[in-house]
Design a protein around this ligand. Sequence first.
Ligand code: IFM
Length: 435
Amino acid sequence: MFLWGTATASYQIEGAATADGKGPSIWDTFSHQPGRIKDGQTGDLACDHYHRWTEDVALLADLGADSYRFSLSWPRIQPDGRGAVNRAGLDFYDRLVDALCECGIVPAATLFHWDLPQALEDEGGWLNRNTSGYFAEYAAKVADRLSDRVGLWITLNEPFVHMAYGYALGLHAPGRTLLIDALPAAHHQLLGHGLAVQALRAHGAGQVLITNNCTPVRPASDSPADLAAAGAYDTLHNRLFNDPVLTGSYPDMSGLGVSSMPFVLDGDLDVIAAPLDGLGVNYYNPTLIAAAGPAAGLPFEAAELTGHPRTGFGWPVVPDGLRELLVSLKEGYGEKLPPIYVTENGCSYPDVPGADGVVEDLDRIDYLDAHIQAVDAAMAQGVDVRGYYVWSLLDNFEWAEGFTQRFGLVHVDFASGRRTPKASYHWLKRHIAGR
Ligand code: IFM
């Protein structure tokens, strides 16, 4: 069965930052630091989903969604990232999962979508190998309670983005600026993934995936320098995260100036390469890469991909990039590639309700229509795609951009919390019903 769904993440929608025993996450800390988030916003309230979740489940049911991808807030469940479960926190997800099942919606639960417990960050976060083990313990506790009803488990969301933005560039929590020295944060996330797969399976989980953010990489020119830079970027963004999971080995990192990775210990890659039931793929746009000047800290830099329409975020709209990506994964990994779930795809536009309250987000309809056609085209080329999740169900907290980027099928008035389905929601509802 092909699953039509929508996706969200805990810190982006839940609010209730300190409710019912929840501990602080690195995003609670980071968003309260002056200058980190546009307009000084935080996720303290966000969409207040923690209190309005029944409304949101009703929206999913009315949409006709087959599945809902959400993430669990680790510090809501283990306030310090280890030890005893905070019962109220896990109860929240238990009720959500029950309500989804009652509506016939398959819960797709992501264990980690970037809101690491601050207590673990205080010990080094993902730079500390111990975090991988704590992550597996958390996975076991959650699966113990929910695995009888959760249909799809996703260990990590976009470990590349968490490493790059959080540990290399400092644009996201925890705000570290280590450039290439952030690599241990990649490896320890992947090790945590592998250990969590074992824990999930031991505690009754069915289908287990990882979600990677993937981008087709294009060189800015045919010059040897740009070609080498594009290769290096492809290694860092895509292959560093797909290769170990799917093939049990890391790619050659020499294009990035990395000759050894001493933090990779014997046996780690066997753990990381545990067989999966699917690969989650998040696609937004291709990336154009040029060689960086000698003074730059990394050998590449992003160039502007021109000739395409742009979303409100300024991201190029390139639907065929999704087909190209899916086909290249099949060609690159062959038999080792499990079924693919497009676990995120979507766009932000500055949607404003009209005088009649209607949000006519026709750009989003065009965007979704074209990208769904791209998935169809990839399937026609033999790629085994099992699901498509729109990012996002609701307008929400877009990390460093605060509330300035609206990705939702449903408009949220952040002052009142009022939800208004946009024209794209009604379009997708008809589309799902028609398939
Ligand atoms: O909002 C994010 C999400 O948390 C991860 N993937 C990309 C989305 C849009 O930037």
